[in-house]
Design a protein around this ligand. Structure first.
Ligand code: IYR
Length: 221
C-alpha cells in the first residue's frame, strides 16, 4: 500500500515516436559534445543559465534530497579571484604534485596550469555537494551525495550542449578556495567548476575517439 501521496505519471510516450530513429539521432547529437577550453566572451543571459540549472536539478537524487547548490558567477571580479586561486593550485599540480604518469596521460589534451578560460567564459557554474543539510538549525541527512551530484552535473552538461554552448568539467585541486571565495556554508563542498559559454571562433579540441560499444557494454540476452 502506498502511504504517501502519489499522482499519475505523465508519460512522454507516443506510439508516433520511432524509437530507433530517436535514440540514434540523440546519440549522434550527444556524441558531438566535447569539453572545450577556448571560450568566447559573448554574454549569455541570466535567465538561460537559470533554465540550465533548473534542468540539472531535475536529476534523480538519494531520497529526493537534491543535495546540491549551483553557484553561477558572471561578476568579473569574482571570476578573476577564482582564476588567481585556481592557477595558484594548478601551478603546484603541474610542477610536482601530479605524477609523471598523470602528466603523460594529460599530454593529448594540451592542458597546463594557465586557466584563462576562467575569466573569458561569461559564466562559471560552481557545483557544491551537500553532505548534509541544515533545516531550522537541525542537521538532516543526505544520501548517495556523490552519485546524485554527479548525475545533476551530467544533466547540466547535456542541457548546456543542447543550448549550443560549450563547457568544461574543471577540477582545480584542492578546490576548497571556492568555498571561501563564494562564502559557502560549512555543509557545502565544491564538486565541479564548470565554465559555460559560446566556443571561441577558432576553438580546437583534441582528436579523440570514444570507446566502441563492445568495449563498454555486455549484453545478457
Ligand atoms: N585539474 C587539472 C588537471 C587535469 C586533470 C584531469 I584527470 C583532466 O582530465 C584534465 C586536467 C587541470 O584542470 O588542468
Amino acid at each position: 500500500m502506498q502511504s504517501e501521496k502519489f499522482i499519475p505519471y505523465q508519460s512522454t510516450y507516443s506510439d508516433k515516436i520511432d524509437v530507433e530513429q530517436v535514440s540514434s539521432s540523440h546519440f549522434e547529437f550527444q556524441n558531438m559534445r566535447r569539453s572545450v577550453r577556448e571560450f568566447s566572451d559573448k554574454p549569455i543571459p541570466k535567465v538561460v543559465i537559470e533554465n540550465l540549472i533548473k534542468t540539472a536539478s531535475t536529476a534523480p537524487s538519494g531520497a529526493h534530497k537534491q543535495p546540491w547548490t549551483f553557484c553561477a558567477v558572471s561578476d568579473p571580479k569574482i571570476k578573476s579571484e577564482i582564476r588567481k586561486a585556481a592557477e595558484k593550485e594548478e601551478y603546484e599540480n603541474y610542477h610536482g604534485r601530479m605524477s609523471d604518469d598523470w602528466l603523460e596521460d594529460l599530454k593529448p589534451f594540451g592542458t597546463d596550469w594557465y586557466k584563462e578560460f576562467l575569466e573569458i567564459a561569461p559564466w562559471l557554474i560552481i557545483v557544491f555537494r551537500k553532505n548534509y543539510d541544515m533545516i531550522d538549525g537541525e542537521k538532516t541527512k543526505n544520501y548517495y551525495v556523490q552519485e546524485s551530484v554527479g548525475l545533476a552535473c551530467g544533466f547540466l552538461l547535456s542541457a548546456i550542449h543542447k543550448a549550443g554552448f560549450v563547457s568544461l568539467t574543471h577540477t582545480p585541486s584542492p578546490m576548497n578556495f571556492l568555498q571561501k571565495i563564494l562564502n559557502r556554508p560549512e555543509n557545502e563542498r565544491p564538486f565541479l567548476l564548470i565554465p559555460v559559454g559560446y566556443p571561441a571562433e577558432d576553438a580546437k579540441v583534441p582528436d579523440l575517439e570514444r570507446k566502441s560499444l563492445d568495449e563498454i557494454a555486455v549484453f545478457y540476452e
